[in-house]
Ligand binder design. Structure first.
Ligand code: ADP
Ligand code: ASP
Ligand code: MG
Length: 403
C-alpha cells in the first residue's frame, strides 16, 4: 500500500517523540508499504513564533508571518528524515515547494490550487521515504505561504489525493474522533466511523482534531482518512462516505469554538445596499463572517451584529472604521468573551425537536443564548465564554452521547 502518515505537534513534541515517530514509520516501511510522512511543528512552536512577531507588531505583515511560521515544520521534517536515515532508511525531507504544493496568494490562510506530485512520485519510485514539512506551499511568485492554523492536516490529505494514496492516517494526541472534545467531557465516546459531512461540520464548528479544509478536501478527493493516536496501537476513527455508515445517529457530536468575536454595529443607516457594501468590504479584506443578525429598523437606522474568528478581528475593525468615519455607522463595539457551541448530526434532517432540546438545555443551566444559527445537520449557539464547558457537558448529557 501507499500510505500517508501525518504527525501533529504533540506527536513530534520533543526529540524522544520524534524518535518514536521514526520507529513507527520504519515499522510501516518494513511491513512493505510505501510511506509519505507529513509533519507539524513541535507543539507550542508555531505559537512561540507568533508571539515573537507580536513582540514587534500588533499586525505583522502576512507574507513575513508565512516565512516565519513555515520554519517550524521544516525543523521537524529535517530531524525526522535524519532519524530515519540513522536507522538505515533512504529518507528525504521536502519543503512544501519541493513537494509541488502551489497555493493562491492569501498569506497565512492560503488555499491549495494545485499539487504537482512528480518529484514525490520519483522519490517513491526510487524507494525513498519522503518527509514533507506540513502547513505550507508556495504561490506562483515563489513566496512561501501557509495554509491556516492546523493546516498540516490539509497538507496530508491533499498529498494523499495527489499521489493516490490508499490511506491517509492522521496521528494525534487522542485516539480518534470523539462525541465531543474528551478534554472537556471525559465521558465522551470514541466513534468507530463518522461521515465526511458530519466531520466537516464538527471541524468547521471548532473541533480542531481535524482542520476543516482537510475534511472538505478528503470528501472531494475521496481520501480514506483515519484519525488515531501516535502513543499506542489503538484503532482510530474512519472518516468515510455517509452510505458506509449503517445507522446514522440523531446527534453525533458537540463542538466548541472559543476563537469567536462578536462585532456590534449601532445606528447603521437603513438604506438599500448598505449591508452589501459592509460585507463585500469585509470579504475583500479576507474576513470570514459567520453569524449575522440585523434588527428591525427604527428612526432610519438599524443595528447589525455579526461574528468573526478572533484572528480576523483586527482586519474587521479596520473595515468597520471606514464606515464609521463616513458617518454610515454611528457606533461599534467588540466582544471577545464569547464562544460558539454546536450540536451536529445527520439524523437531524429527519427529526423534530432537536433544536428545542438544545435551547432547553441552555435554559436549565441558566445560560443566555446570544445568537443562533442552524443548518440541515447542525445547531449553533453563541454564548458567554465562561459557560463553554458547562454548555458542552450539558448538551452531551441531554443527547445521551455517553450511552
Ligand atoms: P495535532 O497537534 O495532532 O494536530 P490538535 O491539537 O490540532 O492535534 O487536535 C487534537 C485535539 O483536538 C485533541 O487533543 C482534543 O482536545 C481536540 N478535540 C476537539 N474536539 C474533538 C473531538 N470531537 N474528538 C477528538 N478530539 C477533539
Ligand atoms: N504548526 C501549525 C499550527 O500550529 C500547523 C499544524 O500544526 O497543523 O497551526
Ligand atoms: Mg491539528
Amino acid at each position: 500500500m501507499l500510505i500517508v502518515q501525518k504527525f501533529g505537534g504533540t506527536s513530534v513534541g520533543d526529540l524522544q517523540r520524534i524518535q518514536n515517530v521514526a520507529n513507527r514509520v520504519s515499522k510501516t516501511r518494513k511491513e512493505g508499504h510505501d510511506v509519505v510522512v507529513v509533519v507539524s511543528a513541535m507543539s507550542g512552536e508555531t505559537n512561540k513564533l507568533v508571539a515573537y512577531a507580536e513582540h514587534f507588531s500588533k499586525n505583522p505583515s502576512r507574507a513575513e508571518m508565512d516565512m516565519l511560521l513555515s520554519s517550524g515544520e521544516r525543523v521537524t521534517a529535517s530531524l525526522l528524515a535524519i532519524a530515519l536515515q540513522e536507522m538505515g532508511h533512504d529518507a528525504v525531507a521536502m519543503t512544501g515547494r519541493k513537494a509541488g504544493i502551489v497555493t493562491d496568494d492569501s498569506h497565512t490562510k492560503a488555499r491549495i490550487e494545485d499539487i504537482n506530485p512528480a518529484t514525490m512520485l520519483e522519490s517513491i519510485e526510487a524507494g525513498k521515504i519522503i518527509v514533507v514539512a506540513g502547513f505550507q506551499g508556495v504561490n506562483i511568485a515563489g513566496d512561501v505561504t501557509t495554509l491556516g492554523r492546523g493546516g498540516s492536516d490539509l497538507s496530508a490529505v491533499a498529498i494523499a489525493g495527489a499521489i493516490k494514496a490508499d490511506l491517509c492516517e492522521i496521528y494525534t494526541d487522542v485516539s480518534g474522533i470523539f462525541t465531543t472534545d474528551p478534554r472537556i467531557e471525559p465521558k465522551a465516546k470514541k466513534l468507530e466511523k463518522i461521515s465526511y459531512d458530519e466531520m466537516l461540520e464538527l471541524a468547521s464548528m471548532g473541533a480542531k482534531v481535524l482542520q476543516n479544509r482537510s475534511v472538505e478536501m478528503a470528501k472531494k478527493l475521496n481520501v480514506n482518512l483515519v484519525t488515531r493516536t501516535s502513543f499506542s496501537d489503538e484503532e482510530g476513527t474512519l472518516i468515510t462516505k455517509e452510505e458506509n455508515i449503517m445507522e446514522a445517529p440523531l446527534v453525533s457530536g458537540i463542538a466548541l469554538d472559543r476563537n469567536q468575536a462578536r462585532i456590534s454595529l449601532m445606528g447603521v443607516k437603513d438604506r438599500p445596499g448598505i449591508a452589501s457594501e459592509i460585507f463585500n468590504k469585509l470579504a475583500d479584506a479576507e474576513v470570514n463572517v459567520d453569524m449575522i443578525i440585523q434588527n428591525k429598523a427604527h428612526d432610519g437606522t438599524t443595528n447589525i451584529d455579526f461574528t468573526v474568528a478572533t484572528g480576523d478581528l483586527f482586519d474587521a475593525k479596520a473595515v468597520v472604521d471606514t464606515f464609521v468615519d463616513e458617518g454610515e455607522i454611528k457606533a461599534d463595539s467588540y466582544n471577545e468573551d464569547i464562544c460558539k457551541v454546536s450540536v451536529v448530526g445527520v439524523g437531524m434532517k429527519s427529526h423534530t425537536g432537536v433544536a428545542a432540546k438544545a435551547f432547553t438545555t441552555m435554559a436549565e443551566n441558566n445560560i443566555n443564548i446570544n445568537m443562533i444559527s442552524t443548518s440541515e445537520i447542525k445547531i449553533s449557539m453563541v454564548i458567554n465564554e465562561k459557560y463553554a464547558e458547562l454548555a458542552v457537558r450539558g448538551l452531551h448529557d441531554a443527547y445521551e452521547l455517553d450511552k
